[in-house]
Design a protein around this ligand. Structure first.
Ligand SMILES: Nc1ncnc2c1ncn2[C@@H]1O[C@H](COP(=O)(O)OP(=O)(O)OP(=O)(O)O)[C@@H](O)[C@H]1O
Ligand SMILES: [Mg+2]
Length: 345
């Protein structure tokens, strides 16, 4: 596929929550047993994901953001049914994957594939490009004819902008950006409907990040993929996402369409996150006060009561210390949710 060169922000698709969502999380919780602690004593559980509700419409692109340790990777592992939740459920096309019989679950799971963060560590260096891309087809023996599987692997290489003439090269002979393309080809070769990317470009040189972001965007459009991606870099989120969910201490504190999020953030935490990066638009730079997020987030094994953000929020009042705000529709919108007692107007 020809690579697009325009890296300007695209017009996001409107957030749609009609019909059965492709992917849905209902009151999803994942607690890990506490580590460390004194011998004979178990320390408090790590509340990695602590009550997440999420519904993704077909063909939507969701960006997940939040500070390190807020539970983003755990949430996507749960969405992929790679881990069992402590409570709550994940539905693919309205059905709970983990409740299905094994063969049926395997079949459905093909519809949701993942691209890993680290293109250096996640690909076996002894395997050739063709073997790497073909492996998911080999595992499923689909198609039964090995030559047909190779052909499909070559097609997937082409789709991601790799020359199938290089199919015999090994992973280490490719550059970082090319390796991430191999990772994407491997995920796409099964023709999934949902693609989940955990920081797909953060291990890459800045110069190749935009190319991989553009590739993901093109593939999302061409195949009508539902895309979920994690990104630390808000510029990447701005380029790729239609909607954004902001996580803090295992919860989604704001979920809205991209433009609303960047232009009118409602949650104080979102405001703080955004103000920590300079506005790319020089006309807006310097406008408004810059907020500084002081300190680290509290430990997810000992989160504060009430609103999880109250210990770092400049708007905290008594209610925030005692009552946990539930995500609620933002005034004047259908689709924006914010979990805050005193959101921005
Ligand atoms: N398998 C595990 N066992 C125990 N604790 C875990 C496990 N996986 C994650 N955690 C803990 O759960 C919390 C959330 O971790 P997670 O990796 O989901 O965060 P993240 O938002 O992806 O962070 P980062 O941006 O650094 O990748 C962290 O406190 C982490 O230490
Ligand atoms: Mg992570």
């Amino acid at each position: 596929m020809p690579e697009t060169t325009d890296s300007a922000a695209h017009a996001p698709k409107p957030v749609q929550h009609t019909g059965v969502p492709v992917l849905q999380a209902r009151n999803l919780v994942k607690h890990y047993p506490g580590r460390g602690g004194r011998i004979g004593h178990r320390s408090a559980a790590v509340r990695a994901v602590d009550g997440v509700d999420l519904a993704l419409a077909e063909r939507s692109t969701l960006g997940l953001v939040g500070e390190s340790g807020c539970g983003k990777s755990t949430l996507v592992r749960l969405l992929m049914a790679l881990e069992r939740p402590t409570a709550g459920e994940v539905l693919l096309d309205g059905e709970e994957l983990l409740a299905l019989p094994t063969t049926e679950r395997r079949r459905r799971r093909r519809g949701i594939q993942m691209v890993m963060q680290d293109p250096y560590g996640s690909l076996d260096p002894r395997m050739t490009a063709e073997q790497l891309v073909r492996e998911p087809l080999d595992i499923h023996r689909d198609p039964a004819d090995a030559r047909a599987r190779s052909r499909k692997a070559h097609e997937a290489m082409e789709l991601v902008g790799l020359d199938p003439a290089h199919a015999g090269r090994r992973a280490h002979q490719f550059s970082g950006g090319q390796r991430q393309r191999l990772g994407i080809a491997r995920a796409l070769v099964l023709r999934p409907r949902v693609l989940v990317c955990d920081e797909p470009v953060s291990a890459l040189d800045v110069s190749v990040q935009a190319q991989v972001v553009n590739l993901l965007r093109d593939l999302q459009r061409e195949f009508g993929l539902t895309l979920v991606f994690i990104a630390h870099d808000l510029a990447v989120v701005r380029q790729l996402a239609d909607e954004v969910a902001v996580m803090y201490l295992g919860r989604i504190v704001e979920h809205t369409d991209r433009d609303t999020l960047f232009e009118h953030p409602a949650h104080p935490y979102t405001r703080a996150l955004l103000s920590s990066v300079p506005d790319p638009d020089p006309r807006r730079r310097g406008r408004g006060s810059r907020l500084v997020l002081a300190g680290d987030p509290p430990s997810p094994s000992n989160p504060p009561g009430g609103c999880p953000f109250h210990t770092r929020c400049w708007k905290t009042r008594e209610t925030c210390r005692t009552e946990t705000p539930a995500p609620a529709p933002r005034t004047g919108t259908h689709d924006s949710l914010v979990a805050c007692h005193f959101p921005e107007a």
